[in-house]
Ligand binder design. Structure first.
Ligand SMILES: Cc1cc2nc3c(=O)[nH]c(=O)nc-3n(C[C@H](O)[C@H](O)[C@H](O)COP(=O)(O)OP(=O)(O)OC[C@H]3O[C@@H](n4cnc5c(N)ncnc54)[C@H](O)[C@@H]3O)c2cc1C
Ligand code: SF4
Ligand code: SF4
Ligand code: SF4
Length: 381
């Protein structure tokens, strides 16, 4: 279906207060559970504070409010949790573009039944690593990170709201020129509006207190219509200028992304000597493999190699070589491998660069469409 635009708002005052924009996502999730369209919803919530976003699985509609609001210092992904633990259930899941791409790659490999899912997308302009973000708030905002109630990315700034009700903002460009700001892979992320979902929610183009929604599938449309009919959300049509504003913001972000893509994958891409040094640093903890949402072999070939070598780990080059040959064509640039690497090896640059090369040669765009990559080997299953 052609996509359709709406502005949506929760009809529950408390949800409106807690929600990031119109509280629409929270109310839709509650409706999914109350109407028994799903058994569970999977989303991200605060554990200790805004720097500690964790996946939350909810069955009781009363618990959904606790997860309202956006966490930008929570790069946590939830794409692979569905395929690992939830494929026997009907689930409503909230996803950033990288999560939605991970889901798409796993769906192509039949790791879950798409009919069981309601996929609610969020626009995403980027996430920050929790610890560096706290340091950045100290250095550039001159505040105690513990005094920050909320953070958001808007109008080219990272804006914080403090406990005393005041706000402070610093231009993303100024922060990123000095090596702070969003995670590197977010800076070069190509997708800001995840149109491989059932519906996408965001603040771009929305009136204050409303969520701007792009409806993608019939399933998404039926869900919104059912929510309106049940009286949990209300809707209005956005004006043409709001639709254009949203498209303009998307375009600005795409242009910014291209600048970083060239910088990370070409001009500042590590040389072979630098990669050699990186591999010498690798302690073979396998963190990068464990966290990769699309490392899908049921039995890891690298572990098999280990057994054959009587537990002697393969050297880092062989280890990464096996991983590269298995999944680099499907790398979705989520950056989880960089995030967990204790030796600070910029793995996603290598994996993502290869996906981009593969895309150029074969047309295969990881995270989208229904076809598997052209050279995919089903034996790996
Ligand atoms: C990291 C991030 C960046 C964003 N960047 C933009 C942007 O540049 N432009 C834009 O238009 N919109 C962006 N959004 C979307 C926007 O902030 C709102 O989430 C969206 O408009 C829905 O608002 P709401 O009031 O309907 O949602 P709410 O009712 O407040 O519900 C928000 C839902 O998002 C979930 N959530 C919170 N943090 C995360 C996370 N890190 N990952 C996955 N799910 C999460 C919550 O658990 C909750 O279910 C971003 C959101 C996030 C999380
Ligand atoms: S990789 Fe893209 S979608 Fe994922 S958190 Fe970063 S900017 Fe958002
Ligand atoms: S290789 Fe790294 S960036 Fe690519 S999908 Fe896996 S974890 Fe994400
Ligand atoms: S996470 Fe880093 S140190 Fe650990 S195996 Fe991967 S590259 Fe090596």
């Amino acid at each position: 279906m052609d996509s359709e635009f709406l502005e949506i708002k929760s009809k529950d005052d408390e949800v409106c207060k807690l929600g990031e924009c119109g509280g629409s996502v929270t109310s839709i999730l509650k409706y999914l559970l109350e109407s028994k369209l799903v058994d569970k919803v999977l989303t991200i919530g605060k554990y200790d504070d805004i720097y500690d976003g964790v996946p939350v699985l909810i069955e009781n509609p009363k618990d959904v409010n606790k997860t309202a609001g956006s966490l930008h210092c929570a790069p946590t992904m939830i794409g692979d949790l569905v395929s690992k633990f939830l494929n026997d259930f009907k689930v409503g899941v909230v996803v950033k573009p990288c999560d939605s791409m991970a889901l798409n790659e796993l769906e192509k490999r039949k790791r879950f039944d798409r009919d069981n899912l309601y996929i609610i997308g969020l626009n995403c302009g980027g996430t920050l690593m929790p610890h560096p973000a706290q340091k950045m708030f100290e250095l550039f905002y001159d505040v105690n990170p513990e005094d920050i109630l909320k953070e958001e990315i808007d109008k080219g700034q990272i804006i914080i709201e403090l406990k005393d009700g005041t706000e402070k903002g610093v231009k993303i460009d100024d922060l990123e020129d000095k090596g702070w700001g969003r995670r590197e892979n977010c800076q070069r992320c190509e997708i800001m509006i995840p149109r491989n979902t059932d519906l996408v929610c965001g603040n771009w183009g929305a009136d204050d207190g409303w969520t701007f929604v792009e409806i993608i599938t019939e399933k998404g449309k039926e869900l919104i219509q059912a929510g309106i009919k049940a009286g949990v959300i209300e809707s209005k049509s956005p004006k043409q200028e709001q639709i254009e504003k949203r498209a303009k913001l998307e375009k600005i972000m795409i242009n910014l992304m291209k600048k970083f893509e060239t910088k990370h994958l070409e001009t500042e891409y590590p040389s072979l000597e630098e990669w050699d040094k990186y591999w010498n640093r690798c302690i073979e903890c396998y963190g990068c493999r464990d966290v990769c949402p699309i490392c899908w072999c049921r039995e890891c070939e690298i572990e098999k190699l280990n057994k054959e070598n009587h537990s002697k780990s393969p050297d880092p080059l062989t280890f990464q070589g096996v991983k590269l040959s298995h999944m680099s064509y499907s790398c979705i640039n989520c950056g989880q491998c960089d995030d967990v690497c204790p030796m600070e090896i910029p793995l996603s640059k290598l994996f993502y660069k290869l996906q981009k090369k593969y895309r150029k040669k074969t047309g295969y765009n990881a995270g989208f469409g229904e076809e598997l990559p052209p050279l995919y080997s089903p034996e790996m299953e």
